[in-house]
Design a protein around this ligand. Structure first.
Ligand code: HEM
Length: 376
């Protein structure tokens, strides 16, 4: 088949802000979206395993933790969605002609996200509100909900990769013009997706560590157990993610691998910092595991993990620009900044973030209402 790549024209309406600013906002809001997603998906999976272990070993510690996670899952699912809307808008403004086309090609799986999401969200509410009543069914309810959310992530990855590969669009469309295609045959999709999901477990592990730190004040043995358990949830997935990350890297076309090996100075520097920061956070968590006073190591470890995530987001951005480079011409894009609207957006975004932090402090910053005596 003759290779013919047709890219829809850029939207004739001028872009309302400088391209650099839109890219920064895209990356910033995407990072926030992914952090919330990590707690919603990773937290759900950890809760499922914790329910299972709690039942198997008849362990109150496990149940105390899963009860606390159950309260976090509905709000963090809501944060994932609301923090997803902002990058969706910036993605459409910047890369709309690529993103809309790939979305149409996988239209039905894409639209199914709404149904999958409602079922998963309902499950999380059920798990949270009926925690006591569900008893033996808790494991199944939270596992199914978390897996459903994880399926949404898989649909996202397929679309985000498909928008980067316009040379595949024609073949996909003529093989199946009904919008029921998937993009699983792309060798980068599965490792890229697993890289996100396994990282979600590690980040949710940090939330468990924070939970342990909070509990230590009212129940020392429970708190210490929580910290150790959370550290293990951080360390094991992170070690696994080194292998998956490598798999993702070598699954990329060779010219893109070279970007991170010196060909693109930004991509290479981000990659080096990410690797270094990841190893530092891993070492700190390993040391914290056997430390009598682990707090400082954990806090510094968290800062390095955040740095790793930010670097990975930047690497992902460089990769996207490289994929689309043959088709993108930013000079052609008409820019007419609407500074008033942008200022309002930034003020509201900051106010939103402050409100969410305040809400989280109010909801999860209080002392546990469970009597420590119950936790033998
Ligand atoms: C709760 C279920 C969701 C999960 C598990 C999830 C997960 C993910 C993952 C893993 C990615 C990265 C894909 C990749 O680069 O390979 C992603 C990207 C993205 N998500 Fe979500 N997502 C969810 C819901 C949403 C919703 C409801 C929205 C919008 C309202 C949204 C907006 C976005 C956007 C715009 C991107 C791409 C940003 C970019 O490429 O720069 N997500 N999501």
């Amino acid at each position: 088949m003759e290779t013919q790549v047709i890219i829809p024209d850029i939207d004739p309406i001028s872009v309302p802000a400088p391209i650099w600013l839109l890219k920064i906002l895209l990356l910033l809001t995407f990072t926030l979206h992914i952090l919330a997603m990590n707690v919603a998906v990773g937290g759900g999976l950890i809760a499922a395993v914790t329910e299972f272990l709690g039942k198997k070993n008849n362990s109150q510690n496990h149940f105390e933790l899963s009860r606390s996670i159950s309260k976090m899952l509905p709000p963090f699912t809501a944060f994932t969605i609301t923090l997803g809307v902002a990058p969706l808008l910036f993605l459409q403004v910047l890369y709309g002609n690529f993103f809309y086309t790939s979305t149409i090609l996988i239209a039905w799986p894409w639209l199914s996200i709404i149904v999958i999401f409602i079922l998963a969200y309902y499950g999380y509410y059920l798990y949270s509100f009926r925690w006591e009543k569900l008893e033996g069914k808790r494991f199944v309810v939270v596992l199914i909900s978390a897996l459903l959310l994880a399926v949404i992530g898989l649909i996202y990855t397929q679309n985000i990769v498909l928008m980067l590969t316009p040379e595949k669009w024609k073949e996909i469309y003529f093989n199946n013009p009904h919008g029921t295609s998937l993009n699983l045959s792309d060798p980068t999709v599965i490792p890229r997706y697993l890289h996100f999901m396994v990282a979600a477990l590690a980040v949710a592990g940090l939330v468990v560590i924070m939970w342990g730190i909070k509990k230590i004040k009212i129940n020392e043995s429970l708190g210490k157990w929580g910290i150790r358990y959370g550290i293990l949830w951080f360390i094991v997935p992170t070690l696994l993610n080194i292998i998956i990350g490598l798999w993702f890297l070598i699954s990329l076309p060779k010219n893109f691998i070279m970007l991170f090996m010196g060909e693109n100075i930004y991509a290479t520097v981000y990659f080096m910092i990410a690797l270094l920061a990841m190893f530092v956070s891993l070492i700190l968590m390993f040391v914290a595991l056997n430390s009598a006073k682990p707090l400082a190591k954990i806090i510094i470890g968290k800062v390095f993990l955040l740095l790793t995530i930010v670097m990975m987001v930047l690497m992902r951005h460089e990769l996207r620009e490289a994929y689309l480079q043959p088709y993108l011409n930013w000079d052609k894009v008409q820019v007419e900044p609407q500074w008033g609207v942008i200022t309002i957006f930034i003020i509201l975004l900051l106010a939103g973030i402050v409100t969410v932090i305040w809400m989280l402090k109010k909801s999860f910053g209080q002392k546990s209402n469970v009597d420590p005596v119950e936790l033998s």
